[in-house]
Write a protein that binds this ligand. Structure first.
Ligand code: UT7
Length: 375
């Protein structure tokens, strides 16, 4: 059985942090951030809001998109999904995983639930895991969520990361289906190089630090990235992985309608597209409004581009990502007829009330809270 996309959802916290706001306390500028990354603003969760809060919201929206009932109206016996996977770099705790709590908050107590840790490639690794669950008959419907609260691990004084990384969550519902159906996830290319694990890391907080028997300096609890080195590997690995996925799918580059790269940097996306031989108008991006949301970035972009019409039913799509580990991955699919649901708001149960704000993402005239079918 193939894993087939049945729904897609995206959720962003309401607080928007502009480049100008960052420039008020960091040695940076709107001009530098835009020209080097393509980022104009990003969303950040308020204090007290965590990854499971964002994941629950995105999961609710993906289930709604897939035609499911609202959260809280299900029990394990009649659940729409048999497994919940949360891809994240920012789990609520070291232990246990975030996914079981998210599943329970979605009214899915009893289903399989686990996290995937592949940093910015987490959504691709999660797709492979979900596809495996479906192929083996372990699950028939999987909710895969990419969720991040990078604001909790970013050093606010580090201009090399603080201007880039952001918070958000996106999710897809995958159901068992045929490999020839629209929405069927194609062959997935995955890879890693642990010899370069120090290019992106949070040095402290894990077993390595405890085994050394010494207290880690405060900065070692923050996310650290050697950006220039990562950039070079990102372009090479993402290109190779996308080419491998295309080859395994039997697709020619000129058959690709949309390239959906992990939103690390518009320059990386452009360089990869150029190497693949893809025209720039086929490259999707929402980094200008959301920044780099790591494992959440691809499902966020899928939802936003479906809502604003840049991604339409029947488009032949390549997804590709690169991240810490190092890790990379890519796959193909034909975009199905789905109704994407995306919101900007305050998580239910956090703060005084659930509220839906409006923001401009992708197409400036698109009301984000609206859900409409793909054209
Ligand atoms: O999400 C998956 C994994 N992550 C990535 O794929 C990210 C990959 N890396 C990148 O996207 C880019 O390397 C960055 C956006 C992080 C940095 O862009 P860059 O063009 O590679 O800049 P750089 O690190 O080579 O730095 C160029 C200059 C340096 O100054 P000097 O040495 O030329 O005087 C930096 O100190 O820009 C300086 N700089 C900044 N200036 C203003 C670095 N960060 C900033 C900043 N504002 N925020």
């Amino acid at each position: 059985m193939a894993a087939v996309v049945a729904g897609v959802g995206a959720w962003l916290p309401p607080r928007v942090v502009t480049n100008d706001e960052l420039s008020s306390y960091l040695d940076t500028s709107d001009q530098w951030i835009r020209s080097r990354t393509g980022i104009g603003a990003r969303h950040r969760a308020d204090p007290g809001v965590s990854t499971s809060d964002l994941a629950t919201e995105a999961g609710t929206l993906a289930l709604k998109s897939a035609g499911g009932s609202s959260a809280g109206n299900r029990s394990a016996g009649d659940s729409e999904v048999d497994a919940v996977i949360v891809a994240t770099t920012t789990p609520d705790r070291m232990c246990p995983a975030t996914a079981p709590e998210v599943a329970t908050r979605l009214g899915l107590t009893g289903v399989a639930a686990y996290d995937v840790a592949a940093v910015c490639t987490g959504f691709l690794y999660g797709l492979a895991s979900a596809a495996g669950l479906i192929a083996t008959g372990t699950a028939r419907r999987v909710l895969l969520i990419g969720a991040e609260t990078y604001s909790t691990i970013i050093d606010p004084k580090d201009r090399g990361t603080a201007v880039i990384f952001a918070d958000g969550a996106g999710a897809v519902v995958l159901r068992a289906g045929e490999t020839t159906e629209p929405g069927a996830i194609g062959p997935i290319d995955l890879g890693s190089d642990g010899g370069l694990s120090d290019l992106i890391q949070i040095p402290a907080g894990g077993a390595r630090q405890r085994a050394s028997g010494t207290a880690a300096p405060a900065e070692d609890h923050y996310f650290q990235m050697r950006g220039r080195d990562v950039y070079r590997h990102a372009v090479e690995r993402t290109t190779a992985s996308a080419q491998a996925a295309l080859t395994r799918a039997g697709w020619q580059v000129d058959e690709v309608d949309r390239f959906v790269p992990h939103q690390a940097n518009d320059r990386i996306s452009a360089a990869v597209a150029e190497r693949l031989g893809l025209p720039s108008e086929r490259v999707l991006s929402n980094i200008a409004h959301v920044g780099n949301t790591s494992a959440a970035s691809i499902p966020l972009l899928l939802a936003h581009a479906t809502l604003d019409g840049r991604l339409r039913t029947g488009h032949r799509v390549v997804l590709a990502a690169f991240g810490g580990g190092l890790t990379w991955g890519a796959t193909t699919l034909t975009w199905p007829a789905v109704t994407a649901c995306a919101e900007v708001g305050k998580p239910a149960g956090v703060g005084s009330a659930t509220a839906t704000a409006h923001a401009q993402i992708g197409a400036p005239t698109e009301p984000l809270s609206a859900s409409r079918p793909a054209a």
